[in-house]
Design a protein around this ligand. Structure first.
Ligand code: F6R
Length: 602
């Protein structure tokens, strides 16, 4: 969702550095953007007061994408911050975009999250004479800080205001006369980057890679005072000083640029064989440790949202097939109804790319309160979920920049293959299955096969609907495949358990309706084929994704058998189909409308 980037140092092109930082955060999804910088007008006066009064904050903010916009019309400055906004309170307008200023124009703020008690705070501030320009909750925060700054130090004013605001928020505040940022977080992510004579703040560590690899992830209720000279961290509740925990980011910078690929999504699809090979050789022992925890549990819930939720469904089938273990997959936003059944022996396995998905974090919080053991499979180092879990595995897919999840989905699945085999006491076999998977994925990504999928997308691009069917683990594949098509190509896709066809779904089939049938070499093959036949008998166009061709298929996409892990190449087929459909239909697959990469609101 919203992105934050701040620079303070000795370079005079801070607005430009900030705009470049915001471009790194575009993938999070946004509808407007803005930058603020301090302009220092030279004065010959010896009087300190008149000198400082020459500092003003210049703001540039606009709705829409950054595109080729530049900030060369902004003043030279060595301190600036910027924001990409995904509207929550107040429509998508230039005025509602961040940064927001206080009445004096001396204090600027950028903000991620929602100030839940903003209405009440706004009423009080109006009574005190504050003038509001926007409809946002954020503007309330900057006026509250202005109010407190009349009587106390700027950083103390930010601290006091923060403690009065309810909700999960991250703020960076800038005062025209103080060469520093005051940043504070509760819930929404914020990371400090340490440079040489310069320092940074961002909502996402990957945006810092062009500048530094030394970072401190702010914890909830931590406040940072960031200037070019250094970074001071405090407990925002009691003011105690805290030593930063510097972490080194070991991602390569090439992970955050498109390189030879036209879109991040395609690049991330092609990164999958390498990532899967790494997981195969590096991750068995972590899976075995997690299996030990799960074996002691009275029950295990797998909790996640969207694509990660479908990974959870696939994992529950895998654990059942491979280890005869029952794990219960639950959509995180519906987890409240399972909370009464949790005990201190229950394990919650949370799956997430970002580690910041509000519904998933909320489910974890509820489970924690019941004393359950929180485990996590998460891709973002330093994320809230990563830090909160008692036991965690880092997916290791590297930064995912396209809004829709690809490599993090298959990366999680690969770990869950290892976990399922570890639960069965067959860790080595799990590695062998993954080796086969890597070969299957490499074969799928050869030009011959990708061209086939492109030709299919060209043929289907004008269709309004597409259906996906599967049984067993391929039911999860069908759900994920339909979501991928919907979210980036805007074609209506629906995934079904093939057995459900005759209970109503089949009414949707007419002549030429495309239907993808996932038919791996498993116990579901014959029943699923019967479903495909029922659709074909009603005029449907059958796209078979399978290890062998069949007369029922109107179009065949070969996928080599990799046992339970065939779900991985099957999902990659749907990633490619969705990608090519988006391109053929004229959409940007990296930035689908209305969607955000990390969903940090409920
Ligand atoms: C779909 C997609 C979303 C995410 C979901 C959970 O392509 O990306 O459905 O899977 O929002 O996000 P994370 O995994 O970050 O918790």
């Amino acid at each position: 969702m919203c992105g934050i980037f701040g620079y303070v140092g000795t370079k005079k092109n801070a607005p430009k550095i900030v705009l470049a930082g915001l471009k790194q955060l575009e993938y999070r999804g946004y509808d407007s953007w803005g930058v603020a910088a301090v302009e220092t007008l030279k004065s010959n006066s010896k009087d300190q007061k008149s000198k400082t009064s020459k500092n003003t904050i210049v703001v540039k903010k606009k709705i829409g994408k950054i595109g080729s916009a530049d900030v060369s019309d902004m003043p030279e400055s060595d301190i600036a911050f910027g924001h990409t906004r995904w509207a929550t309170h107040g429509g998508v307008t230039d005025v509602n975009a961040h940064p927001h200023l206080d009445c004096s124009g001396k204090i600027a703020i950028i903000h991620n999250g929602i100030v839940e008690n903003y209405e009440e705070l706004r009423k009080n501030l109006l009574k005190k004479g504050h003038k509001f320009l926007s409809e946002t909750d954020t503007e309330v925060a900057v006026h509250l800080i202005e109010e407190y700054a009349k009587h106390t130090l700027f950083s103390k004013a930010v601290q006091k205001a923060f403690n009065e605001m309810e909700g999960l928020n991250a703020f960076i505040v800038l005062h025209a006369d103080e060469h520093k940022f005051v940043a504070v977080r509760n819930g929404s992510p914020l990371v400090v980057g340490f440079g040489d004579g310069e320092n940074f703040l961002a909502s996402d560590a990957s945006a810092l890679l062009p500048h530094t690899r030394q970072v401190h992830f702010l914890e909830d209720d931590q406040m940072a005072i960031v200037s070019e000279k250094g970074v001071l961290i405090f407990n925002a509740k009691n003011g105690d000083h805290i030593n930063p925990i510097k972490q080194h980011l070991d991602w390569s910078e090439s992970a955050v640029v498109k390189g030879k690929f036209p879109y991040f999504m395609l690049k991330e699809i092609y990164e999958q064989p390498g990532m899967l090979a790494d997981i195969t050789v590096e991750s068995r022992s972590a899976a075995e440790k997690l299996a030990e925890t799960i074996k002691k549990a009275d029950k295990t819930y797998i909790v996640a949202c969207g694509s990660a939720g479908y990974v959870g469904i696939a994992a529950s089938y895998m654990m059942s097939i491979v280890a005869k273990y029952q794990a219960i997959p639950v959509v995180a936003s519906e987890f409240a109804y399972h909370v009464p059944f949790l005990t201190s022996k229950s394990v919650v396995l949370a799956l997430s790319q970002s580690g910041e998905t509000m519904d998933t974090l909320d489910a974890v919080k509820k489970a924690r309160k019941k004393g359950a053991i929180i485990t996590a499979l998460v891709n973002s180092l330093g994320s809230t979920l990563y830090r909160e879990a008692h036991q965690k595995i880092l997916v290791g897919a590297g930064p995912e920049k396209a809004v829709c999840s690809t490599k993090a989905v298959t990366g999680k699945l690969a770990h869950l293959v290892l976990l399922s085999y570890a639960l069965a006491g067959k860790g080595r076999e799990g590695e062998e299955v993954l080796k086969k998977t890597v070969r299957a994925v490499k074969l799928l990504l050869t030009p011959k096969n990708t061209k086939r999928i492109l030709s299919l997308a060209k043929m289907l691009s004008k269709k309004e609907h597409i259906y996906m069917i599967g049984r067993g683990i391929s039911y999860a594949t069908a759900l994920e495949a339909a979501l991928k098509v919907k979210e980036i190509s805007y074609m209506h896709g629906e995934g079904f358990a093939a057995g459900e066809l005759k209970h109503g779904v089949i009414a949707l089939i007419e002549k030429g309706t495309p239907c993808v049938a996932f038919l791996p070499n498993d116990e579901t093959y014959n029943d699923n084929l019967a479903g495909a036949m029922e659709i074909k008998a009603r005029g449907g166009y059958i796209i078979g994704v399978s290890h062998k061709p069949n007369d029922v298929f109107d179009f065949y996409i070969p996928v080599s058998d990799a046992g339970v892990a065939t779900v991985i190449p099957n999902i990659i087929v749907s990633q490619l189909l969705a990608y090519y459909l988006a391109i053929e239909r004229g959409y940007d697959p990296d930035m689908p409308r209305n969607l955000a990469k990390s969903v940090t609101v409920k």
